[in-house]
Write a protein that binds this ligand. Structure first.
Ligand code: MN
Length: 203
């Protein structure tokens, strides 16, 4: 199982990070050992002083495919949830400054908590899939699939040029603005529409 993560896919987030919009999707991978599900707590890593949340829509691949045309991409995913692209920001910045890979900051154990998947057939996608993240009961991030620079169909088409997509693979589709710190004892909840899908305690 692969976890493919797209970066810089929302305009407001690109502005808050001080970047510029990419001409092609930017992506990286997380190891399957970073996956955290089933309401288990996230234990903060000891090697970072600045762990941040990035709430993202996560799509689940349901069919094997390679070089998938965008117009057929909808056949290759069947469910969506909210996940957090947990990022050791201090380490990521250091790696970026040195031109080094990001995995150490993005792919460690517990760096990919996900919520319960909702079948896409249960969602009305007209106008986009809206989601939000609350931290200790306060909304910190809001987004919609309609605001993505590269939508999921175009991401699947692009990514499947390089990787055979397999059943169970997951695509984190980028975070909207509002990223911020995760601290011990924080409680995060993620919603798609008004359905709570993610419940995460930080330890
Ligand atoms: Mn991200």
């Amino acid at each position: 199982m692969k976890i493919i993560c797209v970066g810089l896919n929302y305009g407001e987030h690109i502005r808050e990070m001080g970047g510029s919009p990419p001409s092609e999707p930017l992506f990286f991978l997380k190891a399957d050992s970073s996956l955290l599900k089933g309401g288990k707590p996230l234990f903060l890593p000891s090697f970072s002083d600045s762990v941040e949340y990035e709430a993202e829509l996560v799509y689940r691949i349901c069919r094997v495919g390679k070089s998938i045309p965008a117009r057929f991409a909808y056949r290759y995913y069947d469910a969506v949830t909210v996940g957090i692209d947990v990022t050791a920001r201090d380490i990521q910045k250091r790696q970026m400054e040195r031109g080094l890979p990001w995995e150490i900051s993005k792919s460690f154990d517990f760096a990919a908590p996900i919520g319960d998947f909702i079948p896409t057939e249960e969602l009305c996608e007209t106008g986009g899939i809206g989601f939000r993240l609350e931290k200790n009961g306060v909304v910190v991030q809001r987004g919609s699939s309609a605001e993505m620079i590269f939508g999921v169909d175009s991401l699947i088409s692009y990514l499947s040029q390089f990787f055979t997509l397999k059943i169970g693979d997951m695509i984190f589709t980028g975070t909207p603005s509002g990223v911020g710190p995760m601290r011990c004892n924080d409680h995060f909840t993620g919603y798609i529409g008004e359905r709570k899908v993610l419940d995460l305690h930080i330890r």
